[in-house]
Design a protein around this ligand. Structure first.
Ligand SMILES: O=C(O)C(=O)C[C@H](O)[C@H](O)COP(=O)(O)O
Length: 221
């Protein structure tokens, strides 16, 4: 094993790493060749994990490259079928994120022993996740659903659950979410925006990542 889990204390989990950074970058990569360069830029910014979405044909190869060549804990996002779970786990994904809740996807992740963070937007979806034995869920799309006030209302009946709000989060609004006790971490694309990646602006990725991490950790000291 390489990366932060290799050097971490025994018993540290993938979710501990995400909870430690409080920030999960969500990447859409068109070209797997640049994955190691992207990984290096994120590591230079201080991050320890990354989610690569299955929104492009290059995604599985990018997961492979990041898992092989960087110190990051690599996860797969936009996973919508059990077959995709097999593919991404085979490529080296250590966690799975979904836009919504799928019992089939969750079961396959559990079979592989890989943590899964499905998206939820309603109490009914939360209870499906509870039935599946999950305790960390993505609140997606966070800002469009009503942001922090909606999350507070949604989380109130379920004190044992932790959320990863994603969708419309930036360095400017992450603090409000992270100050809420139900929030484990926030996710988003802003520090790895498509324009930065296609233009090869790796220094900007590092700068934005470091700024986001500093903002995420500000209230945690
Ligand atoms: O399709 C998925 O599974 C996703 O992962 C959705 C992404 O997390 C959000 O689209 C990120 O939202 P922004 O940070 O506002 O760009």
């Amino acid at each position: 094993m390489t990366g932060p889990l290799a050097s971490a204390e025994a018993g540290t989990t993938v979710l501990d790493v995400i909870a430690g950074d409080r920030l999960l970058p969500v990447v859409v990569l068109d070209d797997a060749e640049v994955a190691p360069r992207l990984g290096a830029a994120l590591v230079a910014g201080g991050l320890r994990s990354v989610e690569v979405t299955l929104r492009t044909p290059a995604a599985v190869a990018a997961i492979h490259a990041l898992a092989d060549h960087t110190a990051l804990v690599v996860g797969a996002g936009t996973v919508t079928s059990a077959d995709q779970v097999d593919q991404v786990v085979d490529a080296g994904a250590r966690f799975v994120v979904c836009p919504g809740f799928s019992a089939a996807v969750v079961r396959r992740c559990q079979k592989h022993g890989v943590p899964v963070i499905p998206g939820v937007a309603t109490p009914t979806e939360i209870q499906m996740a509870l039935d599946a034995g999950l305790s960390v869920l993505k609140f997606f799309p966070a800002e469009r659903l009503g942001g922090l006030p909606m999350l507070e209302a949604l989380a109130a009946p379920y004190p044992g659950l932790r959320f990863v709000p994603t969708g419309g989060i930036t360095t400017a609004n992450l603090r409000g979410y992270l100050d809420h006790p139900s929030v484990l971490a926030v996710g988003g694309t802003w520090m790895v925006a498509a324009g930065l990646l296609t233009a090869g602006r790796w220094d900007d990725v590092t700068t934005l990542t470091a700024a986001a991490l500093a903002a995420a950790r500000e209230g945690d000291r």
